[in-house]
Design a protein around this ligand. Sequence first.
Ligand SMILES: [Zn+2]
Ligand SMILES: [Zn+2]
Length: 305
Amino acid sequence: MQKDYLFQTPFLERHRDTIAWFTYPGFMVGFTALYFWGLNAGIAVETWVITVTVINFFVTLLFEQLVPRNRKMNCLHDTQSLNDIGHGILQAVSRPLIQSGAILLFAFLNELRLQQFGQLWPAHWFFAAQFALALLIGSFMDYVVHRSFHTFDRLWYFHVIHHDTPHMHIMKSARVHFGEEVINSAIKPLPLILLGAPTEIVVFLGMWTVFDGNMVHANIHQRFPAWFHYVLGTVHLHNLHHAKDRKYQDSNYSGSVPLWDILFRTYNHPDHSEMGDLGLADNPVPRGFIRQVFFPFSAQFRLKH
Ligand SMILES: [Zn+2]
Ligand SMILES: [Zn+2]
């Protein structure tokens, strides 16, 4: 038989709708367990975060070839996949640079906060409760920064690189212009650091964001009860955000928690939406990698003042 994806078999074809109920919880619970197992086994957190990120990427890649969500969106057939990897490498390199610069400022602000207000973070709460609070605050920052990227033209020229795709698969999770990543990593962690959230919470939130960011872009068949789309970010919500139709593209900004979209009335439920095609209706982004890297900067000069 002509295969749409690498490991297509009659067995997987027959059971794909059943498997789809387990893919999201399997990945999120499984990788959270793997993360804490490694830490308890005494592996250095810096090494383990990178290792788990790499394992997560390859397992996602494998599942896209076992139970794809959309047979026509295979990363192996997408001519932009290499560019996606290129953007992923650039942003991975730029992130530690900005973080090492920001760490001195954060330490200074933290000291100032301790002197002025003392300890603000509820460090005596259970880990899960502290994590839930961090997730809420983190996704509020996601919401504000992401919505700004859609609202202001100068910022949109960076973010448009992420939206420049009619395909959705794991590589698109990496397709973020390094300029956007610099802004993200300088602004998003600020409230948590100013509140004095413990490092283990901030690091696990970063890990969760990787798992979740990969799942909402992955071309893995995932099914949820309708109410779940109000609770946590899902692939269906994020695909709507990648729609060509501006009505949907300018909605569902929140990262892991849709609450902020619901509160600020930018929420669209996948069951009540006609998504249409993904990508950009009027696409200004060049096809070549180098030109894409320079695009947000050169586009600034084309803006009318
Ligand atoms: Zn966006
Ligand atoms: Zn996206």
